[in-house]
Design a protein. Structure first.
Length: 95
């Protein structure tokens, strides 16, 4: 995922804290994103981006087209990037 140290998110508000901090930011952002999306959309993202299922396998499992899985993954990833950026900026402001 694009939450590594060279991502635009990390560069926007700083990059202190390393792997454990990025992991915590991802967990918090994922929890928030899960509440914002329909279960099937979030599940398509999770199966492909986190569990590393192929698009085809996730589409078959979820009863969706491959295009729908690509779109769902893209929408959730975009929102996760936004949420991580917000959380990172909030964290930096507290320091």
């Amino acid at each position: 995922m694009a939450l590594g140290r060279n991502s635009a998110i990390s560069q926007h508000c700083g990059n202190s804290g390393g792997f454990q901090r990025r992991r915590q930011l991802f967990r918090e952002a994922a929890q928030r994103a899960r509440e914002e999306f329909e279960e099937s959309i979030f599940r398509a993202f999770w199966r492909t981006a986190v569990e590393e299922a192929t698009i085809e396998a996730a589409a078959k499992q979820l009863g969706k087209s491959t295009g729908a899985v690509y779109a769902a993954r893209s929408r959730v990833l975009k929102r996760l990037r936004e949420l991580v950026q917000e959380l990172e900026c909030d964290f930096d402001a507290e320091l």
